[in-house]
Design a protein around this ligand. Structure first.
Ligand code: HEC
Ligand code: HEC
Ligand code: HEC
Ligand code: HEC
Ligand code: HEC
Ligand code: HEC
Ligand code: HEC
Ligand code: HEC
Length: 342
C-alpha cells in the first residue's frame, strides 16, 4: 500500500516525458551536442524543423536573448558568439503561436590558454569531433569533401604583392566557407585565413580530423621562416614563445587587434604579468612611487605607435636582458633610448 503513490508518480513522469518527446520531434538539433568544448568565440548550430510546425525559434545565451528566427527552409543553420570564457548555457525554444512546442539546452565550454582556470574543460566536456562523422543530413546542401582550393601556396614575404580573388570566389570554392564564414569576420584577418587556405594549418588526415599539429609554432614557422631564423638565434626567448604557443597571443583566423592579437598588447602582457601594470618596476625603488607610464602616451621611438610594454620589451626574443627591445645591456642605457637629454 505504501508504494502506491510512488508508482503513481513514476507513471505520471513517464507519461509527461513521452508527451514532451513527442513535442520535440518538430525540431531536431543536429549540432552542437551537449557539453561541447570550443576554442574561440563562435558556436555553430543547426536545426531541422518540421515545416509548418514552428512559427518562431528563440535562442538565448546565459539567459540573454540572442536570436529570433522565423523558420522557412526546413533547416536552420546559424551561429552565436560566446562572449565569456568557461561554461555558457545555450537554450533553443520553438514556439507555435504562443505555445512552447520544443526546447533544448546545451552547455558549452569556451577554453583558453590565457586564463589558468579555463585551460582545462570540466570532466565530461569534449570537442564535438564534428568532422569525424559523415553527416549525410548536411550534405543535402553543403559540400564536405576537401578540394585543392582549401590549401593555397602562400608566403608572408610575397603575400602583400599578390592578387587574390574576391570573397565571392572564396565562398564558391572553399569547402569550409559555407559553415565557418564567421571565422574571418573580425577586422584583422590572418593572411592564409583571408584567402580561405584553411588546410595550410588544419590537417585533413589528423586523428581528430582537422586538428592542428602541436606544437603550433612548427606550423607557424612553416611559413614564418624569417621569424624562426631570427628568434631562434637570440639569447633569450620569451616563455610562451619558447614552449611553442603562438596562439596564446595571436589568432590564427581574425581578431579585433593589429597583428591578429587576441587583446591589445598591453592587456595581453598584463594578463600574465599583472604586477607590472603600474610600471613601478621600470623605475625600481626610486622617488617616483607612481611608476613609469606603460600606456596612454606616445612612443617616442616607434613613431605613430602608442607606448606599451612592447616599447621596451620584445614579445618574442632578444639578445638583451629582460627581452629588451633595444640593443642595450643595462637600465641606464635603456632610459637614454627615449630620454635623449638625460
Ligand atoms: C556542413 C558544415 C561544415 C563544413 C562544410 C565544415 N565544417 Fe568544420 N565544423 C562544423 C561544425 C558544426 C563544427 C562543430 C563545432 C562548432 O560549433 O563550430 C565544426 C568544427 C570544426 C573544427 C573544430 C573541431 C571540432 O570537432 O569541434 C574544425 C577545426 C573545423 N570544423 C574545420 C573545418 C575545415 C578546415 C573545413 C573545410 C575543409 C570545415 N570545417 C568544413 C561544420 C562544418
Ligand atoms: C536545406 C539546406 C541545408 C541543410 C540540410 C544544411 N544547411 Fe547549413 N546552411 C544552409 C544555408 C543556405 C546556409 C547559408 C550559407 C551561406 O550564407 O553561405 C547554411 C549555413 C550553415 C552554417 C553557417 C551559419 C552561420 O551563420 O555562420 C553552418 C554552421 C551550417 N550551415 C551547418 C550545417 C550543418 C552542421 C548541417 C547538417 C546537420 C547543415 N548545415 C545542413 C543550408 C543547409
Ligand atoms: C595559421 C593556422 C590556421 C589557419 C590558416 C586556419 N586555422 Fe583554424 N585553427 C587553428 C588553430 C591553431 C586552432 C585551435 C585548435 C587546434 O589547435 O587544433 C584552430 C581552430 C579552428 C576551429 C575550431 C574553433 C573552436 O572554437 O573550437 C575551426 C572551426 C577552424 N579553426 C576553422 C578554420 C577555417 C574555416 C579556416 C580557413 C578560413 C582556418 N581554420 C584556418 C589554426 C589555423
Ligand atoms: C600558410 C602560410 C602561413 C602559416 C602556416 C602561418 N602564417 Fe602568419 N601570415 C602568413 C601570411 C601570408 C601573412 C600576411 C602577410 C602580409 O600581410 O603581408 C601572415 C601574417 C601574420 C601575422 C601578421 C604580421 C604583420 O606584420 O601584420 C602574424 C602575427 C602571423 N602571421 C602569425 C602567425 C601565427 C601565430 C601562425 C601559426 C598559428 C601563422 N602565422 C601561420 C602566412 C602564414
Ligand atoms: C606573448 C604574446 C606573444 C606570443 C606568445 C607570440 N607573439 Fe607574435 N607578436 C606579439 C605582439 C605583441 C606583436 C606585435 C609587436 C609590436 O607591437 O611590434 C607580435 C608580432 C608578431 C608578428 C609580426 C611582427 C614581427 O615581429 O615579425 C609575427 C609574424 C608574429 N608575431 C608571429 C608569432 C609567432 C610565429 C609566434 C610563435 C612562435 C608568436 N608570434 C608568439 C605577441 C606574441
Ligand atoms: C601566457 C602568459 C604570458 C603572456 C601573455 C606574456 N608573458 Fe611574459 N612571460 C611569461 C612567462 C611564463 C615568462 C617566463 C617566466 C620566468 O622565466 O620567470 C615570461 C617572462 C617575461 C619577461 C622576463 C624575461 C627575463 O628574462 O626577465 C618579460 C620581460 C616578459 N615576459 C614580457 C612580456 C611582455 C612585454 C608581454 C606582452 C607582449 C608578455 N610578457 C606576455 C608569460 C607570459
Ligand atoms: C619604459 C620601459 C619599460 C616599459 C614600458 C615596461 N618595462 Fe618591463 N622592464 C623594464 C626594465 C627597465 C626592467 C628591468 C627592471 C629591473 O632590472 O629590475 C623590466 C623588467 C620586466 C620584467 C622582468 C623582471 C621581473 O621582475 O621578472 C617583466 C616580466 C616586465 N618588465 C614586464 C613588463 C610588462 C608586462 C610591461 C607592460 C605593463 C612592461 N614590462 C613595461 C622596462 C620597461
Ligand atoms: C620606450 C621609451 C621609454 C623608455 C625606454 C623609458 N622611458 Fe621614461 N618615459 C617615456 C614616455 C613616453 C614618458 C611619458 C612622457 C610624457 O608623458 O611626456 C616617460 C616618462 C618618464 C618619467 C616621468 C614620469 C611621469 O609620470 O611623467 C620619468 C621619471 C622617466 N620616464 C624615467 C625613465 C627611466 C628612469 C627610464 C629607464 C629605466 C625610462 N624612463 C625609460 C618613455 C620611455
Amino acid at each position: 500500500m505504501r508504494l502506491m503513490p510512488v508508482v503513481y508518480i513514476v507513471s505520471y513522469l513517464l507519461i509527461t516525458s513521452i508527451a514532451a518527446n513527442a513535442g520535440q520531434e518538430v525540431i531536431v538539433l543536429h549540432t552542437p551536442p551537449d557539453r561541447t568544448v570550443i576554442e574561440y568565440d563562435i558556436l555553430n548550430l543547426s536545426l531541422e524543423v518540421t515545416k509548418g510546425a514552428v512559427d518562431l525559434i528563440k535562442v538565448t545565451v546565459d539567459g540573454k536573448d540572442r536570436k529570433e528566427i522565423v523558420p522557412d527552409l526546413g533547416f536552420e543553420c546559424f551561429s552565436v558568439i560566446l562572449n565569456k570564457l568557461g561554461t555558457s548555457t545555450v537554450e533553443v525554444s520553438a514556439f507555435k503561436g504562443e505555445t512552447l512546442v520544443a526546447t533544448f539546452v546545451r552547455n558549452v565550454f569556451r577554453r583558453s590558454d590565457l586564463v589558468g582556470e579555463y585551460r582545462k574543460p570540466p570532466l565530461s566536456f569534449k570537442i564535438s569531433g564534428f568532422h569525424m562523422e559523415a553527416h549525410p543530413e548536411c550534405r543535402k546542401c553543403h559540400v564536405l569533401e576537401v578540394s585543392g582550393y582549401d590549401k593555397k601556396p602562400i608566403s608572408p614575404s610575397t603575400f602583400a604583392s599578390e592578387k587574390f580573388s574576391s570573397e565571392q570566389i572564396f565562398a564558391a570554392t572553399s569547402t569550409c566557407y559555407s559553415c565557418h564564414k564567421s571565422i574571418t569576420k573580425k577586422p584583422y584577418v590572418h593572411g592564409p585565413a583571408s584567402v580561405w587556405s584553411c588546410l595550410s594549418c588544419h590537417d585533413n588526415n589528423a586523428a581528430i580530423r582537422y586538428s592542428v599539429r602541436k606544437p603550433v609554432k612548427d606550423v607557424c614557422y612553416g611559413c614564418h621562416v624569417e621569424q624562426k631564423k631570427e628568434w631562434n638565434s637570440k639569447k633569450y626567448i620569451h616563455g610562451p614563445v619558447n614552449v611553442g604557443k603562438c596562439t596564446i597571443c595571436h589568432s590564427p583566423h581574425s581578431s579585433n587587434y593589429a597583428f591578429n592579437l587576441f587583446k591589445s598588447t598591453w592587456d595581453l602582457c598584463v594578463n600574465c604579468h599583472a604586477e607590472k601594470a603600474t610600471g613601478q618596476h621600470v623605475l625600481g625603488d626610486t622617488m617616483f612611487k607612481k611608476g613609469h607610464p606603460t600606456k596612454g602616451r606616445k612612443d617616442p621611438v616607434r613613431i605613430g605607435k602608442e607606448l606599451t610594454c612592447a616599447s621596451c620589451h620584445n614579445p618574442h626574443a632578444s639578445n638583451y636582458p629582460h627581452l629588451w627591445a633595444f640593443e642595450v645591456n643595462d637600465v641606464f642605457e635603456l632610459c637614454k633610448k627615449c630620454h635623449f637629454d638625460k
